[in-house]
Design a protein around this ligand. Sequence first.
Ligand SMILES: C[S@@+](CC[C@H](N)C(=O)[O-])C[C@H]1O[C@@H](n2cnc3c(N)ncnc32)[C@H](O)[C@@H]1O
Ligand code: SF4
Length: 449
Amino acid sequence: MEDKAVLDKYGLFRAKVPRFTSYPPANRFELDTGRRYQADWLTTLPADKAVSLYVHIPFCRRLCYFCACRTQGTQTLAPVAAYVGTLIAEIQAVKRLLPPTIGMARLHFGGGTPTLLDTELMNRLCEAIFSTFAPSPDFEFSVEIDPTEASDSVLDTLGAWRLGRASIGVQDFEPRVQKAIGRVQSFEQTKSVVDRLRGLGVDSINFDLVYGLPFQTRESLNETLQDVLSLAPDRLALYGYAHVPHMSKRQVLIPSEDLPDTRGRFSLAELARERLMADGYSAIGIDHFGLPNDSLAKAAAEGRLRRNFQGYTDDPCRTLIGFGASAISEFAQGYVQNAVATAGYAGRIANGVLAGHRGYAMSVRDHMVSDLVQGLMCYGRIDTEALAAAHPKMADEARIICAYIATEFSDAVKVSATGLEIREDARSLTRVIASTATQDGVETGSLAI
Ligand SMILES: C[S@@+](CC[C@H](N)C(=O)[O-])C[C@H]1O[C@@H](n2cnc3c(N)ncnc32)[C@H](O)[C@@H]1O
Ligand code: SF4
């Protein structure tokens, strides 16, 4: 049970803050930085270090009203087939700049709805990737799956390409909530996809749930959780609904007055958290939960948890290469985001240029702050002296920021000889503390709870 007076004092029920899937957050990426550095950063990757790959599929058959992801609606496969052709051309263009023997440790298809591809398109795309990047011994392939858009044949195809983890969108099972968010999806549909995936040997199943949706109540969420737990997912992500109609136009279909207020959201988040922990899940970072055998839960317990654009990960690779419109790559030197609009992205690849556009070149200070944010977001902790030792040129600055957090949030953090830790009963303040420490984006992100 969290201490509401402390949370209120530090602005939890008012603050809007970034999700910190990167530091700096993507809203600080600069125009043309990607274009300037992408080729250099790809060319200098070490040959003996595997990379991770992210492939973005920005298409959906239906556009759920609540969704803030970059995606566009389509009723036919024609634009998807053209896009897959562009993706393959981009993969080949990037590969020409890489050391010839570079391998892949992780492959993730996200979107949008990757399972919109039919078996032929899925096979073409996988063939292009697997023939270009050799899977390393600890290789893991994961895909985001909308159960209403996942045919048996496409699931079987993914199984044949060694799919190991499926991330399944559930959001909420309550019919009134589903109708209000434009996403009708039955429990039976979801169960049938889970059963098929398990039959194919996919041994890690993740569900995405969202709290703070229109008409959601403690009772309705409890029933959703009951259904969810009956399917025993290995892992769950529990996201607070980000209502950002100025950015995601279709969200105007969700009237603000149908949404729970911030205290209602907090109560829903707390209910879900307590229920999941009572059912044997452990908390991972700020919004994930895993059964003891789950690979992310193990990584968290062993100090290997990291945060990247997909949320939390146990991915050991320093480099993530993103393919597709709006996809973000992460290099030791900084970030590169591909052209966002599908047409602009395809035009660049057709013209023989790389798709990187916006981006960010990290300074020595940025690297230190990024590690500090990782510590907060993954473990609610900063080991100040280890941080200072890892960034000798920024050691004083690291100590100053930690002292600032300790002073500003004195009722929410415990200070020790080596650093500081957010108190267990104030963990929901994590993003508020990170944004205050970095001076980043207060009022530009989504609600802190
Ligand atoms: C990139 S989407 C792809 C999911 C997949 N197409 C599906 O429908 O199952 C991944 C997840 O982002 C989350 N998400 C999307 N929009 C959101 C919003 N406005 N607020 C919070 N979470 C959101 C949802 O939980 C969703 O399952
Ligand atoms: S939730 Fe999934 S299916 Fe719905 S619009 Fe977003 S990406 Fe598409």
